[in-house]
Design a protein around this ligand. Structure first.
Ligand code: APR
Length: 233
């Protein structure tokens, strides 16, 4: 009897909402240089360029909606008799807007900013610039996107590790398995040997062979069908 489900999601679950993935042919990293816009060094070199990159993506949130895959995971959390945790690599707010409550954003969130000096995090819908002032200290030049950059530690890793250790079903949805530590979760699950593992993706990811089960297709179609199967027991 499945009692605890952990679901890792990546950009592929938001693709059917019209949100660009990172590594597909016309993805984000085909249009932007990772070092310039997604590293602490890039931000130190040219903060205005990094702010513009995230401002464009934050503005885009207003014109996209959750898709059937996000809604299916929210239904799973609402109707499944055990625990359901979504651990997302995505910085969009589509899981929450679909109704998921138990969500960990391990790479941060577009709709939040952080005071780089104090660590305080604030909701933020507007554009951010070097002149933006901290809502608490009033200081300018201290705010950064609350997004985890390459070379930085993802958020809430202790909570994630505890959830992985305790779960009996691990699903990975819409991720290419290129970026650690998320890409290593399935290997951890195999070592623990306590959970069934399933990859739900458009095509086999880097770690496809490590999953006990694979389901391929567009998430907006495959995830609702998978959730129906889980809820039917
Ligand atoms: N349905 C299901 N899967 C899809 C769909 C779709 N409609 N469209 C694309 N995919 C799959 C692709 O086949 C690919 O395997 O989603 C995956 C997206 O992979 P990436 O673009 O690498 O995104 P992701 O795995 O989330 O990247 C992880 O890398 O750049 C960092 O911080 C960034 O969180 C991101 C991390």
């Amino acid at each position: 009897m499945t009692e605890r489900i952990v679901i890792l999601t990546g950009a592929g679950i938001s693709a059917d909402s019209g949100v660009d993935t990172f590594r597909d042919p016309n993805g984000i990293w085909a249009k932007h240089n990772v070092e310039d816009v997604a590293t602490p060094q890039g931000f130190a070199r040219n903060p205005a360029r990094v702010h513009e990159f995230y401002n464009g993506r934050r503005r885009g949130l207003g014109s996209v909606q959750p898709n059937a895959a996000h809604r299916a995971l929210a239904r799973l959390e609402a109707e499944f008799p055990g625990e359901v945790l979504v651990v997302t690599q995505n910085v969009d707010d589509l899981h929450a807007r679909a109704g998921s409550r138990n969500v960990i954003h391990m790479h941060g969130e577009l709709a939040k900013v952080r005071n780089a000096r104090t660590g305080q995090v604030f909701p933020w819908q507007d554009d951010l610039s070097v002149d933006s002032r901290c809502p608490v200290s009033g200081e300018a030049g201290v705010l950064r996107p609350h997004v985890v950059w390459f070379g930085e530690m993802p958020l809430l890793m202790n909570e994630i590790a505890a959830a992985l250790d305790a779960c009996d079903l691990f699903a990975s949805i819409g991720t290419s398995g290129n970026v650690y530590p998320a890409a290593g979760f399935v290997a951890e699950m195999r070592t623990l040997g306590l959970a069934h593992t399933v990859e739900i993706n458009l095509e086999p990811s880097q770690g496809a062979s490590l999953f006990a089960e694979q389901i391929y297709g567009r998430a907006a179609e495959t995830v609702p069908a998978w959730v129906d199967r889980i809820l039917r027991g």
